[in-house]
Write a protein that binds this ligand. Structure first.
Ligand code: HEM
Length: 397
């Protein structure tokens, strides 16, 4: 599996709604991909991420205020985590990465969510070639959504292009990089406005739900495992005391990192990957014929006792105490962010924004599951709790 060039992305052959949802980098291959990836990588360098922490903190503070108000009467309240954590990751994405106005972006996230639910529904039925052209209710709705999204994205692109022309922007956020069309279009693997739209759709979509789900599962698991909740809280107070979370402190949060690793092992936001083998390829002892579609079941590998031991299904963040390589004993058995050159570009961004949120929650509230919570993980492109995640928050004294 390490001969990456033999295993290409296969969006040509998957669900037509997924095809509409993701574009840009994730759909490119070969030289076009490396050009595009090379130009986008610097947006996620440590120096850039450090500068984003205040924006993460600001978005957190808004939510903490809201929860504090809700809990003001008797010190506790029940909140639906899916709602708030999606709101956090979408705010962070708009403010920190795209440098856009989140309140205006709200509709974009709603539409992307509706599309992902539709994509889930259409994967449940047998695929019939040409079916995407039938005038079904879903196909008509998908078309409507895509035209509305196109209008909304074009508004963002025009605003940004004007800001760049008038030099009202710093020019180093995601949006500015992909919009340097005139100067470096070729170098970025971008040929026309549809390419820009593709990149935008991908970053809005890939950036918000996967991270919010990592946080939702973290809240659920730490509600169940109160001992780990206390250990994480102890670490947060030890590192930050009364001061606001900053980049240096966040990188010292070892227990929180172990918890995220374990959450993503048991409940990976992306449960499987697929690759198309375009040419006949040897895979271990097997010969895979050309044009074979391979599925990589991330979640099953993450829970396989052969790699993780008899306690594979148990929540034990301690297994990551000496890092991922020790935990997997050097085997390729852990890939919540994919692997190889196509590994998730937003991995460090996601973990950092996750740590900011957890640091804020842990130092303000203790939490437990509401009795109305029902454990029912299911996949809607990302792995989600089917009946939501109602959590009781109690203000710390
Ligand atoms: C916990 C959060 C996240 C998880 C679990 C996750 C998971 C993944 C996985 C498994 C892949 C590989 C897909 C494949 O190889 O087919 C991937 C790719 C990608 N992710 Fe993420 N992701 C997360 C957050 C983010 C964020 C925050 C962003 C953007 C801000 C992002 C942007 C992307 C992009 C653009 C790719 C395609 C990379 C390429 O093909 O070169 N992801 N992600």
């Amino acid at each position: 599996m390490n001969e990456f060039n033999n295993f290409t992305k296969n969006f040509k052959v998957t669900n037509s709604i997924v095809q509409l949802l993701v574009g840009g980098l994730i759909n490119l291959e070969g030289k076009e991909w490396s050009k595009s990836r090379g130009s986008l990588n610097p947006i996620f360098y440590v120096e850039k991420l450090k500068q984003m922490v205040p924006a993460f903190q600001l978005s957190c503070a808004e939510i903490m205020n809201e929860w504090n108000n809700l809990a003001s009467k008797d010190g506790s309240c029940v909140v639906e985590m899916v709602h708030y954590l999606e709101s956090y990751t979408s705010k962070v994405l708009s403010k920190a990465l795209l440098a856009t106005d989140h309140s205006k972006d709200q509709r974009i996230y709603e539409l992307l969510k509706e599309m992902s639910i539709m994509a889930k529904q259409t994967t449940q039925i047998v695929y019939i070639p040409g079916a995407k052209y039938w005038p079904t209710k879903e196909n008509r709705r998908a078309k409507q959504i895509m035209s509305e999204l196109k209008i909304l994205f074009m508004e963002r692109i025009n605003d940004k292009t004007n800001a760049i022309k008038e030099r009202r922007t710093k020019g180093d956020n995601f949006f500015d990089v992909i919009l340097e069309l005139d100067q470096v279009a070729e170098a970025h693997g971008i040929k026309n406005v549809d390419d820009v739209l593709g990149q935008l759709k991908l970053f809005y979509f890939a950036g918000f739900e996967s991270t919010s789900m990592m946080l939702v599962w973290t809240m659920i698991l730490l509600s169940i495992h109160q001992d780990w909740q206390q250990r994480a809280r102890g670490e947060v107070f030890q590192v930050f005391g009364d001061r606001e979370p900053d980049y240096e402190g966040l990188s010292q949060l070892k227990v929180v990192s172990m918890i995220f690793n374990e959450v993503l092992r048991l409940y990976p936001s992306v449960v499987e990957l697929s690759r198309l083998v375009e040419q006949e390829t040897r895979l271990g002892e097997n010969i895979v014929p050309a044009d074979t579609l391979l599925m990589l079941p991330i979640m099953m590998v993450h829970r396989n006792p052969e790699y993780w031991g008899e306690d594979a299904n148990e929540f034990k963040p301690d297994r990551f105490v000496e890092g991922v390589i020790k935990a997997t004993k050097g085997k390729n058995a852990y890939f919540p962010f994919g692997w190889g050159p196509r590994v998730c570009i937003g991995q460090n961004f996601a973990l950092l924004e996750g740590k900011v949120m957890m640091a804020n929650i842990l130092r303000t509230f203790s939490f437990e599951l509401s009795p109305t919570y029902t454990h029912a993980p299911y996949v809607v492109l990302t792995l989600q709790p089917q009946h939501g995640a109602p959590i009781i928050l109690r203000k710390l004294n």
